[in-house]
Design a protein around this ligand. Sequence first.
Ligand code: FAD
Ligand code: DHB
Length: 393
Amino acid sequence: IKTQVGIIGAGPSGMVLANWLKKYGIDAVIIELRSREYVEGRVRAGLVEQNTKDILKELGLDARMKKEGIVHDGVYLSFDEERIHIPFGELTGGRTITIYGQQEITKDLTDAWLDGGETLHFETKATKIIDFDTKSPKIHFEKDGEEGILECDFVAACDGFHGIGRKTLPKKSFQSYDITYPFSWLGILANVAPSTDELIYAYHENGFALHSLRSETVSRLYVQVDNDESVDNWSDDRIWSELSKRLANLGWELKEGPIFEKSITPMRSHMIDSLRSGRLLLAGDAAHIVPPTGGKGMNLAIADVKHMVDAFVAYYKTNSETLLDTYTNDALRRIWRAQDFSNFMTKLFHKQDAHGSFTYRLQKAKFDYLKVSRAYKTTIAENYVGLPFESFK
Ligand code: FAD
Ligand code: DHB
C-alpha cells in the first residue's frame, strides 16, 4: 500500500491527525494493533481542555461532544476537608473544560474517517519502521499472520507509550527523563449520579482522591493507592468508605452506587526531547507521559498533532520544511509546561510523606496561599483549561 502520511495508532492523536490531514487534502492510512471494539471500550481520559474543543470544532467533529459533553466552568480543590473553588471563566477570559470520554472522541473521529471511505486497518501490528532517513520511509506490518509494507512520504508514530515509534528513534538523537511516583490511582466507574457539579481534587491524610464524572448517571472516581496494590484488595465497600473519608466536607455527602469498572494505573512522568528523526515524527504518549492529575495526557497528544499538521501542510502546500524542522521545539514548549503542571498538581494533592511532615507543611502552605491569592488561582486555572497556542509562540 502507498500513502502520503502513514499513521501508526488509532488513539486520539492518530485519529485527530488523520481527520485533520484529510481536511487539507493530504492522504493518510492508519494501522492499529487492536480491534475497533477494544479501542472504543478502553476507559481513559475524560477531561477535554479548551484547545482540544476548539480543534474538534474546527474539524466539524464536535457535534456529539457538544450534545453529550458537560461543560465545567470551574473546579473544587480540597485539603484536609476544607474546600475552595477555582472559577475558570472569570480567571481566564471565558475558557472552560468539557467532560466527555476519550473513547467517545476516538469513536466520533473513527466513525467520520470510515464513513468518509478512508482506510484504517484494525488488528494490524506495525513491526518495523525503515528508511525514515530517506524520502520514502516504510512501515512493515503484520495482519492475520501475513506481512505487508506501507510506503509513505512520512511516518507519524501516534502509537502510545508501548509503541514502536520511540524505540525506532536513533538512541543518540534524544535524551530521556523519567520519574516514577511511589503511588498509583485506583479508578472506578459507578452507576450513580455525581455528588458534585464540578470535579473535586482532594488531599487527605489517607491520601489523594478525585471525584469526576461521565454523565448525569455515571460517576468516575479515583483514590491514591500503593504501587503494589491489587484491585482484589479493594472491595466496593472499602472504596466507597475511603472516598467518602477523603472527599469529606462539612454538609456534603458522597452518593454511592454499583461499581462497574475498577482498575489501577501507575503514575509516571516520562519525556524525550526529540520528536523527530528524518521523516519519522512522534506525537502523544509515544513521546511523553504525564501523571494524570490535571488531565493533560490526551490534550497534550492532540496539541502535538496541531504542530504536526502545520508542518505537513507547509510541506505539501508550499514545499517548505521549516515547520518540520521546528516541530520538536514547537511541541516541546507546551509539553514541558504540561509536565510541570501535572507534577505540581500531583505533588500538591498526593500524600507523599507522613501527615504533618515538612513536605505536608509545604503542601498546606501552597493550599493556604491559593485561598487568598487570585494570582495563584489564575496560575492553576490557565494551566488547567490549557494555555492558548499563541502563548507559546
Ligand atoms: P494512545 O491512546 O495510547 O493510542 C496509541 C494507539 O497505538 C493504541 O490504540 C495502540 O493500540 C496503538 N499501537 C501501539 N503499538 C502499535 C503497533 N505496534 N502497531 C499498531 N498500533 C499500535 N488525559 C487527558 O487529557 N485527560 C484526562 O482526564 C486523562 N485521564 C486519564 C486517566 C487515566 C486512568 C489514564 C490511564 C490516562 C488518562 N489520560 C488523560 C491520558 C490519556 O488517556 C493519554 O494521554 C492518551 O490516550 C494519549 O493518546 P495517544 O493517541 O497518544 O496514545
Ligand atoms: C479525569 C481524569 C483525570 O486525570 C483528571 O485530572 C480529571 C478527570 C477523568 O477521568 O474524568
